[in-house]
Design a protein around this ligand. Sequence first.
Ligand code: GTP
Ligand code: MG
Length: 171
Amino acid sequence: PNTIHVPELALVALVGASSAGKSTFAARHFRPSEVLSSDTFRALVSDDENSLEATADAFESLFFVAGKRLARGRLTVVDATSVRPDDRRRLVDLARRHDVLPVAVVLDLPRNVLEERHAARPDRAFDPAVIGRQIAELRRTLRGLPKEGFRHVWVLRSPQEVEAARVERVP
Ligand code: GTP
Ligand code: MG
């Protein structure tokens, strides 16, 4: 899909393993204030954007802000891996509570691409096997996204598709 249609009022879940390009995609297609990144919230609560220990507080804070935005009718993008159904379910529930459409943009790129990017990143020190597990979890559950409640599911499968993608806001 070259053109990704996103309702003016939506909760957009970016979905993909680490190094899939979620934050890059978000920065390219959305305003900075529209994007709530789990890493930003980890840093806000713990001064360490990689702190796994801070995950619960980070997400509680992220959901609080997301809820305030949606209540004000502001489009909101959640930049977190969201490869597990339980994580996505919470996003769908939040969207439903605020009567906005949950939309998923999935970055499902080849594993070797992600591993190469990961190796080149100074900001991600963890074992690349983590990426393999995230990709496996995503692919195992990807077909279930519409049933989870996402009204639109856009899947980008290569760097070329990501490069060509445009986001169009529709009323
Ligand atoms: P996490 O925050 O770890 O979950 O990763 P992420 O999905 O947010 O990935 P991010 O956008 O940070 O991209 C990871 C690395 O891949 C960065 O070094 C980017 O510069 C690079 N990258 C992301 N998207 C693209 C792309 O479309 N093309 C190329 N060539 N590089 C990209
Ligand atoms: Mg990121």
